[in-house]
Design a protein around this ligand. Structure first.
Ligand code: ADP
Ligand code: ADP
Length: 233
């Protein structure tokens, strides 16, 4: 059975339909790539699956049960589905260090003690290439790429079963991008988690995803040959 899925989901902003009766399943342990042009509706798919956006019609299911919106979710349900989006900077409080905020997730969502949480957060952030000095900085003093990695670390420390990554490596250079994605691979192999990778770049997805779907014309459809010259950008 799928871990999360969208069933007959329709979303419109104002009068414009962005998704029309979309069905999409994310299975245990898989990496699903989602491509599509800018504005096609990829983030809308992500936000529905993360329970951040309640679709006008249709249902989002976690373990075949309707996923409550973020506010109504249990701590466990919040930890299970984590969403990381490109605008990492805006997801951090400016007045607390990156390390504190990453550790706070492990405290709140996994009940770790403060010392253990800081130890895990430090270890993970270091593996993702942040230096000791950077860990102690406030978010405005970190670069976009550093904050993107901190956002990934924060999501991973929740130990999610579903990790939704919305253009998280966009704009990063190849080594940095590889480092993040390699780390996710490792986490996924160890935990059996499922990953949804969203990108406008289907070649980048083809290297990482087990399967790719495209969002286009308010529909989601399978892509069989990501290197082929289909109608997708
Ligand atoms: P993508 O992630 O593929 O770039 P999005 O899901 O962010 O696409 O957006 C799909 C369409 O919906 C775009 O045309 C976008 O401008 C519009 N849109 C997204 N969010 C909103 C919103 N909150 N209000 C109005 N329109 C929106
Ligand atoms: P704190 O007050 O402990 O720093 P925040 O106010 O930063 O917590 O809340 C962020 C946390 O809320 C994330 O670590 C995550 O656990 C949860 N959360 C926020 N946004 C999302 C999201 N988009 N998807 C899943 N969980 C989210």
């Amino acid at each position: 059975a799928p871990v999360v899925r969208m069933r007959e989901v329709s979303v419109r902003y104002g009068r414009t339909p962005v998704l029309r009766e979309v069905n999409l399943e994310l299975f245990d342990g898989e990496t699903l790539g989602v491509v599509g042009a800018s504005g096609a509706g990829k983030s809308t798919v992500a936000r529905c699956l993360a329970g951040l956006l309640e679709p006008g019609r249709g249902t989002v299911l976690l373990d075949e049960k309707p996923l409550p919106t973020l506010r109504k979710r249990t701590t466990e349900q919040i930890a299970q589905v984590q969403y990381v989006w490109q605008e990492a900077a805006s997801s951090f409080d400016r007045r607390r260090t990156a390390l504190d905020q990453v550790a706070a997730t492990a405290i709140r969502l996994r009940g770790l003690g403060p010392d253990e949480a800081r130890r895990e957060a430090t270890e993970l952030l270091t593996e993702l290439g942040l230096t000791g000095a950077q860990l102690r900085r406030y978010p405005p003093a970190l670069s976009g790429g550093q904050l993107q990695r901190a956002a990934v670390a924060r999501a991973l420390l929740a130990r999610p079963r579903v990790l939704i990554c919305d253009e998280v490596t966009t704009g990063l250079d190849q080594p940095l991008s590889d480092r993040i994605l390699d780390h996710m691979d490792t986490y996924q192999r160890r935990s059996g988690a499922s990953v949804l990778l969203i990108s406008h770049d289907r070649h980048a997805l083809a290297e990482r995803a087990d399967r790719i779907v495209a969002v286009e014309n308010a529909q989601v459809r399978a892509i069989n040959d990501p290197f082929g010259s289909g109608p997708v950008p």
